[in-house]
Write a protein that binds this ligand. Structure first.
Ligand code: AHR
Length: 513
């Protein structure tokens, strides 16, 4: 048994979690929309074609904000194609995913779906093939009350009231050579600021997110953020970050350590954004929108491989099947986001259904939870509140993480990775602890001193672990990996003791005694 000591003090705070920290992402990609959230004719579909079995799981997962419609897809998208009578909507080639987009689901259907799910919509505009004019027209269609051509067009389509979308993304991954209409930092900075200007003229109440690098491993990372923010600082509230963690090397210890690189990424982008502010002597603080994050590697397209014969509609692509160790790394990423709640005020798990997703479906069949469903549902349902700065004394290990798109495809050294990764949240009910034990062979005893909360009692202890780290949930065994009660957790005075199984994710909830 490995020992660890932790101090959690009510007075040592990082910040409040923003509701938008617990978001997700729906892209027109594979079966995320068609056969995922939307499947007219499915036995659970309502009159809109929204699958209610999926809706039930979405409610349980509890995402708070939903990014749409891409992703790479948005950089070739004409929003006009997805509104108005179905019979007049064109089918188009989607360059991002080499598919045919039927456009039978579009912005208005997305807004209705969000309303039904109780989720805030986040819309992205196309800055790949389009620019300020189309951005202004799109926001006029969505948010202008009426009396103009495009707002009246929305009303004629059956949506009398404006959608009132507040959160807008200025394009997607514009630094990536794979992006339709990729740009240099200066080109993107200019088009972003001009689009932002027009959008705000149309609706001054909106918030805008500018694209950061599409990953920390991009060769332009750092310089990109700096240049783009130099252009757009006065016009935007947010900058985006994207990370997909991988286990290409089949090195579980390194894989479980990899969320720590998200900590570095966040802290670096904060430093760059604040340096841009400092040059202007500005007290404005740009907030971070981590609007794509997940584990993803098995179904990633190899660089340069851009063929998909036949341009299919909703092909089953990027359907990553998540195993036990993926859920652990994913849980580590949840902890990284929570522990930066002061600056990461929005985040979107990429994605929601079928495509690198916590929810899987069979088209025409069932829906079920993947392993990564569980840590997300737990933090979203029980991790909202004041994040506390924990002191963790834990043994460490040394490893190196293989990052295929990194400089020279090299391994990134990760020295002194603590076996215990922890987030503590002071919630309305008491305290929630989310703990990752990265020791693959031994349980870890966590002795936590809890200060300033008064008397606490254990209300829930759930752990996710399995001796088979490669075990998955399938349609036939949908609950193979699911949380189980953790036995033996004790609270004596202000000391909590819990034995975290080897290679486990654990949620402990403490209420006022
Ligand atoms: O989420 C899948 C894809 O990953 C998105 O479309 C893109 O933005 C990123 O490269």
């Amino acid at each position: 048994m490995r020992e660890s000591k932790v101090i959690v003090d009510r007075r040592f705070t990082i910040g409040e979690t923003d509701k938008r920290l617990f978001g997700a992402f729906i892209e027109h990609l594979g079966r995320c929309v068609y056969g995922g959230i939307y499947e007219p004719g499915h036995k659970t579909a309502d009159s809109n074609g929204f699958r209610q079995d999926v809706m039930d799981l979405v409610r349980e997962l509890a995402p708070t904000i939903m990014r749409y419609p891409g992703g790479n897809f948005v950089s070739g998208y004409n929003w006009e194609d997805g509104v108005g009578p179905m019979e007049t909507r064109p089918a188009r080639l989607d360059y991002a995913w080499l598919s045919t987009e039927p456009n039978t689901f579009g912005t208005n259907e997305f807004i209705d779906w969000c309303k039904m799910a109780g989720i805030e919509p986040m819309l992205a505009i196309n800055l790949g093939t389009r620019g300020a004019k189309e951005a202004g027209e799109f926001i006029e269609y969505c948010n202008h009350p009426g009396g103009t051509a495009l707002s009246d067009l929305r009303r004629s389509h059956g949506w009398e009231q404006p959608h009132g979308v507040k959160f807008w993304c200025l394009g997607n991954e514009m630094d990536g050579p794979w992006q339709t209409g990729a740009k240099t930092a200066d080109e993107y900075g200019r088009i972003a600021v001009e689009s932002a200007k027009v959008m705000r003229w149309v609706d001054p109440s909106i918030e805008l997110a500018v694209c950061g690098s599409s990953g920390r491993n991009m060769s332009t990372y750092g310089a990109w953020e700096d240049t783009v923010l130099q252009h757009s600082f006065d016009q935007v509230e947010w900058i985006s970050l994207h990370t997909y963690l991988n286990n290409y090397a089949d090195d579980t210890a390194a894989f479980l350590a990899s969320p720590d690189l998200m900590d570095s990424f966040i802290e670096e982008v904060v430093a760059i954004a604040d340096a841009v502010a400092a040059r202007r002597r500005s007290t404005k603080r740009i907030m971070l929108s981590f609007d794509e994050w997940n584990v993803w590697y098995r179904t990633r397209r190899k660089t340069g491989n851009r063929t998909r014969p036949g341009w299919p509609v909703a092909p089953p692509i990027l359907e990553e099947i998540y195993n036990m160790e993926d859920a652990l790394t994913f849980g580590g990423a949840c902890i990284s986001l929570l522990n930066h709640a002061d600056r990461v005020k929005a985040a979107s798990l990429a994605q929601l259904v079928n495509v690198i997703a916590p929810i899987m479906t069979e088209t025409g069949g069932d829906a079920w939870r993947q392993t990564i469903f569980w840590p997300f549902a737990q933090i979203s349902n029980h991790g909202r509140g004041t994040v506390l700065r924990t002191i963790v004394e834990s043994d460490t290990y040394n490893t190196a993480y293989f990052d295929p798109r990194g400089p020279n495809d090299s391994a990134i050294p990760l020295p002194a990775v603590p076996y215990l990764k922890l987030a503590a949240i002071h919630t309305a009910e008491g305290v929630s602890l989310f703990a990752l034990n990265r020791d693959l062979t031994q349980p870890l005893r966590m002795n936590a001193e809890l200060s300033g909360f008064g008397k606490l009692r254990l209300t829930e202890a759930q752990t996710l672990h399995d001796p088979d780290l490669k075990a998955t949930n399938t349609q036939d065994a949908p609950d193979r990996i699911a949380p189980t009660p953790l036995q033996g957790v004790s609270i004596e005075g202000s000391t909590l003791t819990a034995e975290l199984p080897a290679a486990s994710w654990t949620m402990l909830r403490l209420g006022k005694a």
